[in-house]
Design a protein around this ligand. Sequence first.
Ligand code: SAJ
Length: 422
Amino acid sequence: MKFETISVVGLGYIGLPTAAVFASRKKKVIGVDVSVGAVALINQGEVHIVEPDLDMLVHAAVSAGYLRATTEPEPADAFLIAVPTPFKDGHVPDLSYIEAASKAVAKVLAPGNLVVLESTSPVGTTELMAGWMAEVRPDLRFPQAGGEGADIYIAHCPERVLPGHVLRELVHNDRVIGGMTPCCSEAATELYRTFVEGECIVTTARTAEMCKLTENSFRDLNIAFANELSIICDQQGIDVWELIRLANRHPRVNILQPGPGVGGHCIAVDPWFIVSQNPDESRLIRTAREVNDGKPGWVVRRVEQLVDELVSVDGRRLDDVRIGCFGLAFKADIDDLRESPALSITLDIARKFPGQVFSVEPHIKKLPAALEQQGVELTSDDVALTADVLVFLVDHKEWKGKQFVFESHQKVLDTRGIVFRV
Ligand code: SAJ
Protein backbone atom coordinates (compact mmCIF):
# COMPACT_ATOMS: atom_id res chain seq x y z
CA MET A 1 0.00 0.00 0.00
CA LYS A 2 1.42 3.39 -0.93
CA PHE A 3 0.68 6.49 1.11
CA GLU A 4 2.33 9.37 -0.69
CA THR A 5 -0.25 12.07 -0.07
CA ILE A 6 -1.60 12.32 3.45
CA SER A 7 -4.34 14.64 4.56
CA VAL A 8 -4.63 15.69 8.19
CA VAL A 9 -8.02 17.14 9.09
CA GLY A 10 -7.92 19.40 12.15
CA LEU A 11 -4.68 21.34 12.56
CA GLY A 12 -4.69 21.75 16.32
CA TYR A 13 -2.45 20.52 19.09
CA ILE A 14 -2.41 17.00 17.63
CA GLY A 15 -3.11 17.43 13.91
CA LEU A 16 -0.51 20.09 13.17
CA PRO A 17 2.44 18.26 14.79
CA THR A 18 1.34 15.02 13.10
CA ALA A 19 1.12 16.76 9.73
CA ALA A 20 4.55 18.31 10.24
CA VAL A 21 6.12 14.98 11.21
CA PHE A 22 4.72 13.24 8.10
CA ALA A 23 6.04 16.14 6.02
CA SER A 24 9.46 15.80 7.66
CA ARG A 25 9.48 12.22 6.29
CA LYS A 26 9.02 13.69 2.80
CA LYS A 27 5.34 12.83 2.46
CA LYS A 28 3.13 15.30 0.65
CA VAL A 29 0.83 16.56 3.39
CA ILE A 30 -2.39 18.50 2.95
CA GLY A 31 -3.57 19.99 6.22
CA VAL A 32 -7.24 20.88 6.48
CA ASP A 33 -8.79 23.21 9.03
CA VAL A 34 -12.00 25.23 9.22
CA SER A 35 -10.06 28.19 10.66
CA VAL A 36 -9.09 30.51 7.80
CA GLY A 37 -6.64 32.27 10.14
CA ALA A 38 -4.82 29.07 11.12
CA VAL A 39 -4.63 27.94 7.47
CA ALA A 40 -3.17 31.29 6.35
CA LEU A 41 -0.60 31.28 9.16
CA ILE A 42 0.52 27.71 8.47
CA ASN A 43 0.91 28.47 4.75
CA GLN A 44 3.30 31.26 5.76
CA GLY A 45 5.31 28.66 7.69
CA GLU A 46 4.08 29.88 11.04
CA VAL A 47 2.13 28.21 13.85
CA HIS A 48 -0.88 29.26 15.92
CA ILE A 49 -0.08 27.07 18.94
CA VAL A 50 2.86 26.80 21.31
CA GLU A 51 4.63 23.46 21.36
CA PRO A 52 8.40 23.11 21.67
CA ASP A 53 10.17 22.91 18.25
CA LEU A 54 6.87 22.80 16.31
CA ASP A 55 7.47 26.23 14.78
CA MET A 56 10.79 25.11 13.26
CA LEU A 57 9.35 21.85 11.96
CA VAL A 58 6.33 23.53 10.34
CA HIS A 59 8.48 26.26 8.86
CA ALA A 60 10.86 23.70 7.33
CA ALA A 61 7.97 21.55 6.00
CA VAL A 62 6.17 24.47 4.38
CA SER A 63 9.35 25.99 2.89
CA ALA A 64 10.36 22.63 1.41
CA GLY A 65 6.89 22.30 -0.17
CA TYR A 66 5.87 19.16 1.75
CA LEU A 67 3.13 20.77 3.82
CA ARG A 68 0.34 23.09 2.82
CA ALA A 69 -2.96 23.93 4.45
CA THR A 70 -6.44 24.47 3.06
CA THR A 71 -10.00 24.84 4.37
CA GLU A 72 -11.57 22.11 2.20
CA PRO A 73 -10.47 18.45 1.94
CA GLU A 74 -8.72 17.43 -1.27
CA PRO A 75 -8.06 13.92 -2.62
CA ALA A 76 -5.29 12.02 -0.81
CA ASP A 77 -4.19 8.43 -0.13
CA ALA A 78 -4.84 8.59 3.61
CA PHE A 79 -6.87 10.90 5.84
CA LEU A 80 -6.28 11.44 9.54
CA ILE A 81 -9.10 13.04 11.48
CA ALA A 82 -7.85 14.94 14.52
CA VAL A 83 -10.70 17.27 15.44
CA PRO A 84 -11.93 18.08 18.97
CA THR A 85 -14.39 15.89 20.87
CA PRO A 86 -15.65 18.09 23.69
CA PHE A 87 -18.76 17.35 25.71
CA LYS A 88 -22.12 19.08 25.72
CA ASP A 89 -24.36 19.86 28.70
CA GLY A 90 -24.68 16.92 31.05
CA HIS A 91 -21.24 15.63 30.03
CA VAL A 92 -22.62 14.10 26.84
CA PRO A 93 -19.92 13.69 24.16
CA ASP A 94 -20.21 16.12 21.26
CA LEU A 95 -19.32 14.26 18.07
CA SER A 96 -20.41 17.05 15.73
CA TYR A 97 -16.83 17.94 14.71
CA ILE A 98 -16.12 14.32 13.77
CA GLU A 99 -19.39 14.11 11.87
CA ALA A 100 -18.65 17.32 9.92
CA ALA A 101 -15.04 16.31 9.20
CA SER A 102 -15.90 12.78 8.09
CA LYS A 103 -18.70 13.99 5.80
CA ALA A 104 -16.35 16.57 4.25
CA VAL A 105 -13.65 13.93 3.75
CA ALA A 106 -16.16 11.46 2.29
CA LYS A 107 -16.76 13.75 -0.69
CA VAL A 108 -13.19 13.32 -1.94
CA LEU A 109 -12.66 9.62 -1.08
CA ALA A 110 -11.52 7.17 -3.73
CA PRO A 111 -11.21 3.36 -3.58
CA GLY A 112 -8.10 2.24 -1.69
CA ASN A 113 -8.10 5.26 0.65
CA LEU A 114 -7.51 4.91 4.37
CA VAL A 115 -9.34 7.03 6.96
CA VAL A 116 -8.02 7.06 10.52
CA LEU A 117 -9.88 8.62 13.41
CA GLU A 118 -7.33 10.01 15.88
CA SER A 119 -9.69 12.09 18.02
CA THR A 120 -10.39 10.64 21.46
CA SER A 121 -13.85 9.15 21.12
CA PRO A 122 -16.53 7.18 22.96
CA VAL A 123 -16.75 3.49 22.14
CA GLY A 124 -18.46 2.96 18.78
CA THR A 125 -17.49 6.32 17.23
CA THR A 126 -15.30 4.81 14.51
CA GLU A 127 -18.28 2.74 13.35
CA LEU A 128 -20.47 5.86 13.48
CA MET A 129 -17.89 7.73 11.42
CA ALA A 130 -17.88 4.98 8.83
CA GLY A 131 -21.68 5.24 8.72
CA TRP A 132 -21.58 9.01 8.15
CA MET A 133 -19.13 8.56 5.29
CA ALA A 134 -21.24 5.79 3.75
CA GLU A 135 -24.27 8.13 3.79
CA VAL A 136 -22.36 10.66 1.68
CA ARG A 137 -20.80 8.03 -0.61
CA PRO A 138 -23.28 5.23 -1.39
CA ASP A 139 -21.09 4.43 -4.41
CA LEU A 140 -18.25 3.18 -2.16
CA ARG A 141 -18.13 0.04 0.03
CA PHE A 142 -17.16 0.72 3.63
CA PRO A 143 -15.94 -1.99 6.06
CA GLN A 144 -19.25 -2.21 7.97
CA ALA A 145 -20.86 -3.55 4.80
CA GLY A 146 -17.96 -4.71 2.65
CA GLY A 147 -15.78 -6.33 5.34
CA GLU A 148 -12.33 -7.25 4.03
CA GLY A 149 -13.49 -6.47 0.51
CA ALA A 150 -14.34 -2.84 1.26
CA ASP A 151 -13.11 0.03 -0.95
CA ILE A 152 -12.15 2.18 2.03
CA TYR A 153 -10.00 1.19 5.02
CA ILE A 154 -11.08 2.62 8.36
CA ALA A 155 -9.29 2.54 11.72
CA HIS A 156 -9.09 4.26 15.06
CA CYS A 157 -5.64 5.17 16.29
CA PRO A 158 -5.97 7.40 19.34
CA GLU A 159 -3.37 10.07 19.84
CA ARG A 160 -1.51 9.68 23.15
CA VAL A 161 1.01 12.50 23.15
CA LEU A 162 1.65 14.75 26.10
CA PRO A 163 1.34 18.49 25.38
CA GLY A 164 4.80 19.99 25.83
CA HIS A 165 6.47 16.80 24.59
CA VAL A 166 4.38 16.16 21.49
CA LEU A 167 7.13 15.83 18.89
CA ARG A 168 9.16 13.35 20.94
CA GLU A 169 6.14 11.30 22.01
CA LEU A 170 4.66 11.20 18.48
CA VAL A 171 7.72 9.33 17.30
CA HIS A 172 8.58 7.24 20.36
CA ASN A 173 5.25 6.26 21.93
CA ASP A 174 3.64 2.93 21.08
CA ARG A 175 0.46 3.24 19.01
CA VAL A 176 -2.71 1.24 19.52
CA ILE A 177 -4.30 0.63 16.12
CA GLY A 178 -7.89 -0.55 15.92
CA GLY A 179 -9.00 -1.30 12.39
CA MET A 180 -12.62 -2.08 11.53
CA THR A 181 -11.17 -5.20 9.85
CA PRO A 182 -7.68 -6.81 9.98
CA CYS A 183 -6.95 -5.28 6.54
CA CYS A 184 -7.80 -1.83 7.89
CA SER A 185 -5.39 -2.35 10.82
CA GLU A 186 -2.69 -3.46 8.42
CA ALA A 187 -3.15 -0.36 6.27
CA ALA A 188 -3.11 1.97 9.27
CA THR A 189 -0.01 0.26 10.71
CA GLU A 190 1.80 0.82 7.44
CA LEU A 191 0.87 4.50 7.51
CA TYR A 192 2.10 5.05 11.08
CA ARG A 193 5.30 3.13 10.40
CA THR A 194 6.28 6.19 8.31
CA PHE A 195 7.44 7.88 11.50
CA VAL A 196 6.51 5.84 14.60
CA GLU A 197 9.53 4.23 16.24
CA GLY A 198 7.47 2.73 19.08
CA GLU A 199 5.46 -0.45 18.58
CA CYS A 200 2.22 -0.43 16.58
CA ILE A 201 -0.13 -2.82 18.37
CA VAL A 202 -3.22 -4.01 16.56
CA THR A 203 -6.65 -4.47 18.13
CA THR A 204 -10.28 -3.73 17.28
CA ALA A 205 -11.61 -0.19 16.82
CA ARG A 206 -13.81 -0.49 19.93
CA THR A 207 -10.92 -1.69 22.11
CA ALA A 208 -8.69 1.11 20.79
CA GLU A 209 -11.39 3.65 21.66
CA MET A 210 -11.78 2.25 25.18
CA CYS A 211 -8.01 1.99 25.61
CA LYS A 212 -7.54 5.73 25.18
CA LEU A 213 -10.40 6.51 27.56
CA THR A 214 -8.94 4.06 30.08
CA GLU A 215 -5.48 5.66 30.00
CA ASN A 216 -6.82 9.12 30.76
CA SER A 217 -9.31 7.82 33.35
CA PHE A 218 -6.50 5.98 35.12
CA ARG A 219 -4.51 9.21 35.36
CA ASP A 220 -7.59 11.13 36.51
CA LEU A 221 -8.24 8.59 39.27
CA ASN A 222 -4.66 8.71 40.46
CA ILE A 223 -4.65 12.54 40.51
CA ALA A 224 -8.01 12.50 42.35
CA PHE A 225 -6.42 10.30 45.01
CA ALA A 226 -3.57 12.83 45.35
CA ASN A 227 -6.02 15.75 45.48
CA GLU A 228 -8.12 14.04 48.14
CA LEU A 229 -4.97 13.36 50.17
CA SER A 230 -3.95 17.03 49.84
CA ILE A 231 -7.20 18.20 51.44
CA ILE A 232 -6.94 15.61 54.23
CA CYS A 233 -3.29 16.57 54.84
CA ASP A 234 -4.16 20.27 54.92
CA GLN A 235 -6.53 19.55 57.81
CA GLN A 236 -4.01 17.27 59.53
CA GLY A 237 -1.10 19.72 59.24
CA ILE A 238 0.92 17.31 57.07
CA ASP A 239 2.96 18.30 54.01
CA VAL A 240 1.24 16.22 51.30
CA TRP A 241 4.22 16.39 48.93
CA GLU A 242 6.55 14.96 51.56
CA LEU A 243 3.92 12.33 52.33
CA ILE A 244 3.63 11.27 48.67
CA ARG A 245 7.42 11.25 48.26
CA LEU A 246 7.68 8.89 51.21
CA ALA A 247 4.78 6.64 50.18
CA ASN A 248 6.23 6.41 46.66
CA ARG A 249 9.39 4.89 48.15
CA HIS A 250 7.30 1.73 48.45
CA PRO A 251 8.11 -0.41 45.39
CA ARG A 252 4.44 -0.82 44.45
CA VAL A 253 3.11 2.67 45.21
CA ASN A 254 3.17 5.46 42.63
CA ILE A 255 0.91 8.36 43.56
CA LEU A 256 0.74 11.36 41.23
CA GLN A 257 0.84 14.97 42.40
CA PRO A 258 -1.99 17.08 43.80
CA GLY A 259 -2.72 20.41 42.17
CA PRO A 260 -5.42 23.07 41.91
CA GLY A 261 -7.61 20.68 39.88
CA VAL A 262 -7.32 18.80 36.61
CA GLY A 263 -7.36 20.86 33.45
CA GLY A 264 -6.86 20.48 29.75
CA HIS A 265 -9.18 19.04 27.18
CA CYS A 266 -8.29 15.37 27.72
CA ILE A 267 -8.10 14.09 31.27
CA ALA A 268 -10.91 16.33 32.51
CA VAL A 269 -13.12 15.29 29.59
CA ASP A 270 -12.46 11.72 28.47
CA PRO A 271 -13.56 9.89 31.66
CA TRP A 272 -17.02 11.39 31.11
CA PHE A 273 -17.21 9.48 27.81
CA ILE A 274 -17.12 6.25 29.81
CA VAL A 275 -19.56 7.58 32.41
CA SER A 276 -22.00 8.74 29.77
CA GLN A 277 -22.14 5.30 28.13
CA ASN A 278 -22.15 3.22 31.36
CA PRO A 279 -23.44 5.55 34.08
CA ASP A 280 -24.38 2.87 36.61
CA GLU A 281 -21.15 0.92 36.33
CA SER A 282 -18.61 3.78 36.36
CA ARG A 283 -18.98 4.93 39.97
CA LEU A 284 -15.26 5.25 40.68
CA ILE A 285 -14.54 7.07 37.43
CA ARG A 286 -17.36 9.56 38.08
CA THR A 287 -16.27 10.16 41.68
CA ALA A 288 -12.68 10.84 40.59
CA ARG A 289 -13.98 13.46 38.16
CA GLU A 290 -16.07 15.03 40.91
CA VAL A 291 -13.13 15.07 43.34
CA ASN A 292 -10.88 16.75 40.77
CA ASP A 293 -13.60 19.17 39.67
CA GLY A 294 -14.15 20.09 43.31
CA LYS A 295 -10.53 21.07 43.93
CA PRO A 296 -10.63 24.60 42.40
CA GLY A 297 -13.54 25.49 44.71
CA TRP A 298 -11.51 24.29 47.69
CA VAL A 299 -8.56 26.48 46.62
CA VAL A 300 -10.81 29.54 46.36
CA ARG A 301 -12.26 28.85 49.83
CA ARG A 302 -8.71 28.57 51.27
CA VAL A 303 -7.82 31.94 49.71
CA GLU A 304 -10.92 33.47 51.31
CA GLN A 305 -9.84 32.05 54.68
CA LEU A 306 -6.37 33.56 54.26
CA VAL A 307 -7.84 36.96 53.41
CA ASP A 308 -10.11 36.62 56.42
CA GLU A 309 -7.11 35.95 58.67
CA LEU A 310 -5.36 39.05 57.33
CA VAL A 311 -8.41 41.13 58.18
CA SER A 312 -9.53 39.61 61.46
CA VAL A 313 -6.17 38.62 62.98
CA ASP A 314 -3.66 41.03 61.38
CA GLY A 315 -6.11 43.96 61.32
CA ARG A 316 -5.74 44.71 57.60
CA ARG A 317 -8.43 46.66 55.73
CA LEU A 318 -10.19 44.23 53.39
CA ASP A 319 -9.97 46.65 50.45
CA ASP A 320 -6.20 46.95 50.86
CA VAL A 321 -5.51 43.23 50.60
CA ARG A 322 -3.72 42.36 47.34
CA ILE A 323 -3.68 38.86 45.95
CA GLY A 324 -1.01 37.57 43.55
CA CYS A 325 -1.95 34.53 41.45
CA PHE A 326 0.92 32.66 39.79
CA GLY A 327 0.06 30.87 36.57
CA LEU A 328 -3.00 30.60 34.34
CA ALA A 329 -2.09 27.69 32.05
CA PHE A 330 -3.65 24.28 32.65
CA LYS A 331 -0.22 22.85 33.41
CA ALA A 332 3.45 23.70 33.52
CA ASP A 333 5.46 25.28 30.70
CA ILE A 334 2.69 25.65 28.12
CA ASP A 335 0.52 28.58 27.01
CA ASP A 336 -2.74 26.63 26.88
CA LEU A 337 -5.43 28.18 29.08
CA ARG A 338 -8.26 25.92 27.92
CA GLU A 339 -10.13 24.20 30.76
CA SER A 340 -7.53 25.55 33.14
CA PRO A 341 -8.24 25.32 36.87
CA ALA A 342 -5.67 28.10 37.42
CA LEU A 343 -7.72 30.39 35.17
CA SER A 344 -11.06 29.55 36.79
CA ILE A 345 -9.59 29.97 40.28
CA THR A 346 -8.06 33.36 39.40
CA LEU A 347 -11.39 34.44 37.92
CA ASP A 348 -13.34 33.31 40.99
CA ILE A 349 -10.92 35.08 43.33
CA ALA A 350 -11.14 38.22 41.19
CA ARG A 351 -14.95 38.13 41.35
CA LYS A 352 -14.78 37.97 45.14
CA PHE A 353 -12.04 40.60 45.43
CA PRO A 354 -12.45 42.83 42.33
CA GLY A 355 -9.53 45.10 41.52
CA GLN A 356 -7.31 43.37 44.12
CA VAL A 357 -5.90 40.53 42.03
CA PHE A 358 -2.61 40.40 40.12
CA SER A 359 -1.84 37.57 37.76
CA VAL A 360 1.52 36.38 36.45
CA GLU A 361 1.64 34.09 33.43
CA PRO A 362 4.97 34.11 31.58
CA HIS A 363 3.47 32.38 28.54
CA ILE A 364 0.87 34.97 27.54
CA LYS A 365 0.99 38.62 26.54
CA LYS A 366 -2.64 39.53 27.16
CA LEU A 367 -5.11 38.42 29.80
CA PRO A 368 -8.35 36.71 28.79
CA ALA A 369 -11.17 39.29 28.59
CA ALA A 370 -13.06 37.75 31.54
CA LEU A 371 -10.13 38.47 33.86
CA GLU A 372 -9.65 42.00 32.52
CA GLN A 373 -13.34 42.68 33.16
CA GLN A 374 -12.80 41.81 36.82
CA GLY A 375 -9.93 44.29 37.03
CA VAL A 376 -7.17 41.66 37.11
CA GLU A 377 -3.78 43.03 36.12
CA LEU A 378 -1.21 40.96 34.21
CA THR A 379 2.02 41.68 35.96
CA SER A 380 5.56 40.50 36.65
CA ASP A 381 6.88 38.19 39.37
CA ASP A 382 8.36 41.18 41.19
CA VAL A 383 5.04 42.98 41.50
CA ALA A 384 2.99 39.88 42.34
CA LEU A 385 5.50 38.79 44.98
CA THR A 386 4.73 41.93 46.97
CA ALA A 387 1.07 40.92 47.36
CA ASP A 388 -0.40 39.95 50.72
CA VAL A 389 -1.72 36.59 49.60
CA LEU A 390 0.30 34.57 47.08
CA VAL A 391 -1.40 31.71 45.30
CA PHE A 392 0.81 29.37 43.26
CA LEU A 393 -1.34 27.63 40.68
CA VAL A 394 1.02 26.35 37.98
CA ASP A 395 4.42 24.72 38.38
CA HIS A 396 6.09 26.64 35.54
CA LYS A 397 9.88 26.21 35.50
CA GLU A 398 10.24 29.92 36.37
CA TRP A 399 8.99 29.16 39.91
CA LYS A 400 9.62 25.48 40.46
CA GLY A 401 12.08 24.95 43.28
CA LYS A 402 12.91 28.66 43.47
CA GLN A 403 13.85 29.96 46.89
CA PHE A 404 11.42 32.77 47.65
CA VAL A 405 11.86 35.16 50.54
CA PHE A 406 8.46 36.13 51.91
CA GLU A 407 7.62 38.75 54.51
CA SER A 408 6.16 37.33 57.72
CA HIS A 409 2.74 38.90 57.07
CA GLN A 410 2.44 37.32 53.60
CA LYS A 411 0.14 34.32 53.27
CA VAL A 412 1.17 31.67 50.74
CA LEU A 413 -1.06 28.99 49.25
CA ASP A 414 1.05 26.64 47.16
CA THR A 415 -1.25 24.27 45.28
CA ARG A 416 1.62 22.59 43.40
CA GLY A 417 4.20 22.07 46.12
CA ILE A 418 6.85 24.07 44.27
CA VAL A 419 7.77 26.86 46.63
CA PHE A 420 10.71 26.64 48.96
CA ARG A 421 10.23 29.16 51.76
CA VAL A 422 13.38 30.74 53.18
N1 SAJ B 1 -1.96 16.96 36.85
C1 SAJ B 1 -1.94 16.97 38.23
N2 SAJ B 1 -1.10 16.11 38.87
C2 SAJ B 1 -0.29 15.25 38.18
C3 SAJ B 1 -0.33 15.23 36.79
C4 SAJ B 1 -1.17 16.11 36.14
O1 SAJ B 1 -2.65 17.74 38.88
O2 SAJ B 1 0.45 14.52 38.84
C5 SAJ B 1 -2.87 17.88 36.14
C6 SAJ B 1 -2.13 18.86 35.23
O3 SAJ B 1 -1.67 19.96 35.94
C7 SAJ B 1 -3.22 19.22 34.25
C8 SAJ B 1 -4.00 17.91 34.13
O4 SAJ B 1 -3.66 17.14 35.26
O5 SAJ B 1 -4.07 20.21 34.76
C9 SAJ B 1 -3.70 17.12 32.89
O6 SAJ B 1 -2.32 17.14 32.62
P1 SAJ B 1 -1.48 15.87 32.16
O7 SAJ B 1 -0.09 16.29 31.97
O8 SAJ B 1 -1.72 14.74 33.09
O9 SAJ B 1 -2.17 15.40 30.82
P2 SAJ B 1 -2.60 16.11 29.45
O10 SAJ B 1 -4.05 16.42 29.54
O11 SAJ B 1 -1.69 17.20 29.07
O12 SAJ B 1 -2.34 14.88 28.46
C10 SAJ B 1 -2.99 13.65 28.70
C11 SAJ B 1 -1.95 12.51 28.58
N3 SAJ B 1 -2.54 11.28 29.07
C12 SAJ B 1 -1.89 10.47 29.95
O13 SAJ B 1 -0.82 10.75 30.43
C13 SAJ B 1 -2.56 9.18 30.31
C14 SAJ B 1 -1.50 12.38 27.14
O14 SAJ B 1 -0.65 11.26 26.98
C15 SAJ B 1 -2.72 12.24 26.23
O15 SAJ B 1 -2.34 12.14 24.86
C16 SAJ B 1 -3.56 13.47 26.39
O16 SAJ B 1 -4.02 13.50 27.74
C17 SAJ B 1 -4.72 13.40 25.44
O17 SAJ B 1 -4.65 14.06 24.39
O18 SAJ B 1 -5.67 12.66 25.69
